[in-house]
Design a protein around this ligand. Structure first.
Ligand code: CTP
Length: 406
């Protein structure tokens, strides 16, 4: 993959990892990208505008209220003239300001004034990364569609400190940039399209206090909903219980059980496209107890189950069948074999197959490696962030709908 003529606006925050951003600029330029950089006041404590300018081959932007900068090229134009904005290192301070929409310098003004995709490479001390405030801010950025790479685990600049907080390496950031720029759909690719997405796990009660569920985080389904909305679709997201915030620009309906998910999905019809990314519980408890089940002597209780409705199959075979129905196949073994079998059994058009065995780190993780299985064959994608997988899927959906229209 190359980045020929892609315009990248790099915001360099105030962290020791800023020195790696110089190498990042070099790697991007090697691949043909044009890099403009904004160095924050904090960033300038670690590297100089002169070195940034020398390596990027462009002047380095520093001050919001520099009259010369605003005269030459205003902050609005800076963001418009980029295909992607990359924040590396993204400090706890920058992440907090982005999450709250605070702007008090050129970098934060550009980040607030943009509707371009933004990729952040967080870098900070592990205590700061694990702080609930940073977690909240980071979750908000994900819900706003901001994509991240890293941070990695390892030794910190502070001697003897270890933990998660190191900025991703320049080549990892380059790979994330390539993934995003190559998968990104056009902003109006799905204009006029109605889309339904299911996401997250379902929760099937045993009694008023207990339930059966699974480890789905909802990240992939939510990313698909957000990417489709960013591409202009009118999106209804039916979400099981998840810890991530509702994506921006999407109508989100919260449900618990598979039965509730099915009725919310059916209420959203008609739609042009349905993407079923939810990890629906296959069974529910037959007779849910009205009161908390108590221990009775030495006998453990026995639960009996009934099968849940299959939402994907119901939509695929229903009267109001969407023009395109996409399912996911979460497998821990024989991935493609099971995916092909599911395509037939469920009656959907595509299956996005992914390995969810513990070694893959997919469940709850931020990356995903998928195979797109259709009646025409199998296409295997590289390991991408869940956002890039969502972008790629939305792009494919848009081009398939357009071909069908033509
Ligand atoms: N699915 C659904 N409703 C169900 C079960 C699954 O809509 N009751 C959808 C999922 O959202 C996913 C696809 O079917 O798009 C495949 O889900 P998966 O859990 O992998 O398959 P199962 O049908 O549960 O098959 P198995 O348990 O045999 O793997």
């Amino acid at each position: 993959m190359d980045l020929k003529d892609k315009r990248i606006l790099l915001v360099i925050g105030g962290g020791i990892a800023a020195y790696k951003s110089l190498d990042l600029i070099r790697r991007l330029r090697e691949r043909g990208a044009k890099v403009r950089a904004i160095l924050t006041a904090g960033g300038a404590e670690f590297i100089t505008p002169l070195s940034v300018a020398a390596i990027s081959g462009e002047r380095c932007f520093t001050e919001l209220f520099s009259h010369q900068d605003e005269f030459d090229i205003g902050h609005i134009r800076l963001s418009r003239e980029a295909d992607l904005i990359v924040v590396a290192p993204a400090t706890a301070d920058l992440i907090a300001k982005m999450a709250q929409g605070i702007t008090n310098d050129l970098a934060t003004a550009v980040l607030l004034a943009t509707d371009e995709r933004v990729l952040i490479a967080p870098a900070m001390n592990p205590m700061m990364w694990n702080h609930p405030a940073t977690k909240r801010n980071f979750a908000q950025l994900s819900a706003d569609g901001i994509v991240s790479v890293g941070p990695n685990a390892g030794e910190m600049a502070e001697r003897g400190e270890n933990g998660v907080g190191r900025m991703a390496e320049p080549l990892e950031i380059v790979a994330a940039i390539e993934g995003l720029l190559n998968e990104m759909p056009a902003p109006d690719a799905l204009r006029g399209t109605r889309m339904l997405v299911t996401s997250g796990p379902t929760r099937e009660p045993i009694d008023p206090v207990r339930y059966i569920s699974n480890r789905s985080s909802g990240r992939q389904g939510h990313a698909v909903a957000r990417a489709a909305a960013a591409a202009g679709a009118e999106v209804t997201l039916v979400s099981g219980p998840v810890e991530i915030p509702d994506p921006s620009g999407v109508k989100t309906i919260h449900v618990e059980t598979a039965a509730e998910m099915l009725s919310a999905a059916q209420a959203a019809l008609p739609v042009d496209v349905a993407v079923c990314a939810a990890a629906v519980a296959d069974w529910r408890v037959d007779a849910v107890a009205n009161e908390k089940v108590k221990k009775t002597g030495s006998r453990a209780p026995t639960l009996s189950f009934v099968e849940n409705p299959d939402i994907l199959a119901t939509l695929s075979h229903g009267k109001k069948r969407p023009r395109l129905v996409v399912g996911f196949a979460a497998e821990t073994e024989k991935l493609l074999e099971h995916a092909r079998e599911k395509l037939l059994r469920k009656g959907c058009d595509w299956i996005v197959a992914n390995d969810v065995s513990p070694k893959s780190g997919t469940f709850g993780g931020r990356n995903n490696q998928v195979h797109l299985v259709t009646s025409g064959g199998v296409e295997s994608w590289p390991v991408l962030s869940k956002e890039a997988v969502a972008d790629g899927l939305v792009r494919r959906i848009a081009s398939t709908l357009n071909e069908a229209r033509a």
